[in-house]
Ligand binder design. Sequence first.
Ligand SMILES: *Cc1c(COP(=O)(O)O)cnc(C)c1O
Length: 230
Amino acid sequence: MSITQQYADVAAEVERVCLENGRNPEEVRLVAVSKTVDADRVQDAIDGGAVDFGENRPEQIMEKQARYPRARWHFIGNIQSRRIKDIVPCAHLIHSVFKEDHMRKISAAAESIGKVQDILIEVNVSGELSKGGIEPDQLRDMLRASADLPGVRVCGLMTMAPQGDLELASKCFADLRELKESTDPLCRELGIAPLSELSMGMSEDWRCAIAQGATIVRIGRAIFSDSFAG
Ligand SMILES: *Cc1c(COP(=O)(O)O)cnc(C)c1O
């Protein structure tokens, strides 16, 4: 099957799963994670209706954003301080922020180009050592720090669930939603907008992420691989 068709099929299924779970499909964005394919293939997904794309390497987001500036480019990868100035000009949303120092540098880079950078805080809800993200109890300090940074706006939270166990994944997603909701009073106190986005769910577990309240799903293989069965 072509990438164009696979994107269209996944998008239709996302809509169907939203409706099955009593979610408004307009509240759930599908980010096509194009990190494994070259820039030519991005056009195939655009032909299938894709608007949002995710990349995890600075060189890739720079190259692809320059080539497809009308698409929205999401940075979902590991952040290195020295690459922040490269990422900020091309990122619609940075999903993977979990260090206060990076948040400060993102704010400075954004201010220097007259931008307010939308970001998500990555949270390690599963506690797996291999995963990035703050501990849930560090979120309050991150939000407090963000309130003093004019160049960033924290829009919500992101997580990655352990692979291979959908029940455990579901629990992680529910935990992230509860964590988000728990910050409402703090956001009011800090005078910042309540967190609205939950970026959670990948090729294997996006259905249960939508059931648990995801507003953004990040799907790579189910769109771009010709051998993903799921
Ligand atoms: C690669 C990646 C995805 C997409 O994963 P698939 O399993 O290919 O759907 C989503 N989020 C992040 C952070 C990734 O690195």
